[in-house]
Design a binder for this molecule. Sequence first.
Ligand code: PGA
Length: 247
Amino acid sequence: MLVIANWKAYVEDIGKAKKLAAASKALARATRSAIVLAPPVPLVGALAPGNRSSVAFAAQDISATTGGAETGEATAQAYASLGVTYALVGHSERRAKGDTDALVAEKLAHALAHGLTPVLCIGERARDGEGRYLSFIREELTSALKPLATKERARVIVAYEPLWAIGKTAADAIPSDNLAEMVLYIRKVLAELLPGKSSSRALVLYGGSVEPENARNLAADSGIDGFLVGHASVDPRTFALLVKRLV
Ligand code: PGA
């Protein structure tokens, strides 16, 4: 299981960030779990350089630009130079601030060009009775992956994060049978987009109110390869409980 800790803007202090990173490294060693930390921009700059520890680092977002006169932008290359190895792309909180499907596709290409493993976030706003949310997911996947060379598409991790389940509690997360269905559907669409049999190896994660209370159940029968965890990743005790439920 791959567990990505999306610290969002919950962590605003380097002291807290260092403690949380140290606790996550110890947890990764003790449980032999694959843990990736995604701190806010300046904090990842303080934590990632020289990292040879049991955790890896992710950017929460990368710029759609490739550098130059672009005040406030943080490019894929800048992250890669720090030792960051993953990048979230198209998180719903970034899409809400203007990331279109076209921008998401550009960001994926930038991440790949600099050796970052992109984590493409997709997810419907709401569920309807007619299955329109399935076509929405198909469209999000297709618009993001199609512009890439087929070989490159296979390097993208998909994080399914239904918007209606984000930032709530375990009781509001997706039921595991619905998640299993969605994972099958995502793999079916990936099989159409990825070369050969590589879709069977593609990693599909789930995010949206994953907490210690529901992590094991969601992991058990849904066919997912890991989690993207928000609020439950920024309290060391809660995060440790969650990760331990998966081993
Ligand atoms: P949450 O966030 O775990 O707080 O629901 C997940 C995410 O938005 O990545």
